[in-house]
Design a binder for this molecule. Structure first.
Ligand code: GLV
Length: 336
C-alpha cells in the first residue's frame, strides 16, 4: 500500500502525477488554503504533507498526527511550522532554498527601483490624466526621485537572497553594508560589503532591504525606536516576512515623516485588508507576497518539494532537510 500524501493546494499537474507513482495523493483543490480544522483532520490520516507557508503546522496538529513522517514545504521560509516539535516527534521537515533566490532578489530590485523612481505614482500620474491636465510636457521638478549611485544600501540578513541583492547593488555603484548574526567575511571580500552593527545599519542606510527569516529574535526587529533612528530620507523594503516589521510603528513612521517611503511584499496579516492604513500612502508600494512568483521558480519550488518527498520515500535523506538532527531520531522512509 502506498503512503498517503496530502497536498494542500493545486500545484503543477505533472508534479502531482509524479508524486502519485510513490504516494496515494489527495489534493486540496480550492483557491483558499484548507482551514486549520480540515488540515488537522487530513494530517491525522496522512503519512506525508506537501505544505505552503499559509498552512499552520503547529505542535497540536503534529502531536495528533500519529502516522505523519514528513512535512515538505514549498517555500524557503518555514515559520508556519513548529520545527522543534516536529524534530521531537521524529518528523522530517523540508523547504525549498536556493531555487527562489534569483526571483526574490529580482523582485526586491523591482521594488527598490520603483520606490526610488516613483514608478507607480508616475504611472498613475500619466494614466489618469494628471500629467495631461498639468499642461506641462516636462518640468524640472516633476516627480523627482532618488538616485541610487553613491547611496548606502543596508542589507538586513545576508543569506542567499540578501547576498544576491547585494551583488546586484554593485551594478548601481552603491555602498553596501550588512548586518547578520553570522558574519560572512568570505562574502565581504567577494562582494565588497561592509559588516556593521545593527544600529549603524539603521542609522546609515539610505535603503534598508530585509532578508532575514522570521524567528522570535527577528519579530518586530524594525520597531518604533529603530524607525525613529533611520534617516528621514530612508526607504524600507521588505520581501522577507511581514512580522519582521512592526506595521503599526511603520504606519506611524510614514504618517509623521520619520522615513521617506516603503515597499512591502509581505505583511503581518495576509491577505492585506485594503482598508489597512498602510494602503493609503502614496510613498508606499504594495505587492501581494509574490517575490518568488515566476513560472520558472514556482515550478522549481514544486519540483524540489517533490524531490524531498521522493527521497524520503526511497529511504534517502531529503536534499533540503531543515531539521537535520531528526536523522538521529528516525531513519528516512516509511519502513522503519
Ligand atoms: C516565500 O515567502 C517563501 O518563503 O518561499
Amino acid at each position: 500500500m502506498k503512503p498517503k500524501l496530502f497536498i494542500t493546494r493545486e500545484i503543477f499537474r505533472d508534479v502531482i502525477n509524479k508524486l502519485s507513482t510513490y504516494y496515494e495523493v489527495e489534493v486540496w483543490d480550492r483557491f483558499r488554503e484548507p482551514p486549520y480544522e480540515i488540515l488537522s483532520e487530513k494530517a491525522r490520516v496522512s503519512d506525508a504533507l506537501f505544505t505552503l507557508l499559509t498552512d499552520r503546522i503547529d505542535c497540536n496538529l503534529l502531536k495528533h498526527s500519529p502516522r505523519l513522517r514528513i512535512v515538505a514545504q514549498m517555500a524557503v521560509g518555514f515559520d508556519n511550522i513548529d520545527v522543534k516539535c516536529a524534530t521531537d516527534l521524529g518528523i522530517y521537515v523540508t523547504n525549498t532554498p536556493g531555487v527562489l533566490t534569483e526571483a526574490t532578489a529580482e523582485h526586491t530590485w523591482a521594488l527598490i527601483l520603483s520606490l526610488a523612481r516613483r514608478i507607480i505614482e508616475a504611472d498613475y500620474f500619466t494614466r489618469w490624466g494628471e500629467w495631461f491636465r498639468s499642461g506641462t510636457a516636462w518640468h524640472p521638478t516633476m516627480l523627482l526621485g532618488v538616485e541610487l549611485q553613491g547611496k548606502t544600501l543596508g542589507i538586513l540578513g545576508l543569506g542567499r537572497i540578501g547576498s544576491r541583492v547585494a551583488e546586484i547593488a554593485k551594478a548601481f555603484n552603491m555602498r553596501i553594508i550588512y548586518y547578520d548574526v553570522v558574519r560572512r567575511r568570505d562574502l565581504e571580500e567577494k562582494l565588497g560589503l561592509e559588516y556593521v552593527e545593527l544600529d549603524k545599519l539603521i542609522e546609515e542606510s539610505d535603503i534598508i532591504s530585509i532578508h532575514t527569516p522570521l524567528t522570535p529574535e527577528t519579530r518586530h526587529l524594525i520597531n518604533e525606536d529603530r524607525l525613529k533612528r533611520m534617516k528621514r530620507t530612508a526607504l524600507l523594503v521588505n520581501t522577507a516576512r511581514g512580522a519582521v516589521v512592526d506595521t503599526e510603528a511603520l504606519v506611524k513612521a510614514l504618517r509623521e515623516g520619520w522615513i521617506a517611503g516603503a515597499a512591502l511584499d509581505v505583511y503581518e496579516q495576509e491577505p492585506l485588508n485594503p482598508n489597512h492604513p498602510i494602503s493609503a500612502f502614496k510613498n508606499v508600494i504594495l505587492t501581494p507576497h509574490i517575490a518568488s512568483a515566476t513560472l520558472d521558480t514556482r515550478r522549481k519550488m514544486a519540483e524540489l518539494t517533490a524531490e524531498n518527498l521522493i527521497a524520503f520515500y526511497e529511504g534517502r535523506i531529503p536534499p533540503t532537510l531543515v531539521n537535520t538532527e531528526v536523522v538521529n531520531k528516525k531513519k528516512p522512509g516509511f519502513m522503519s
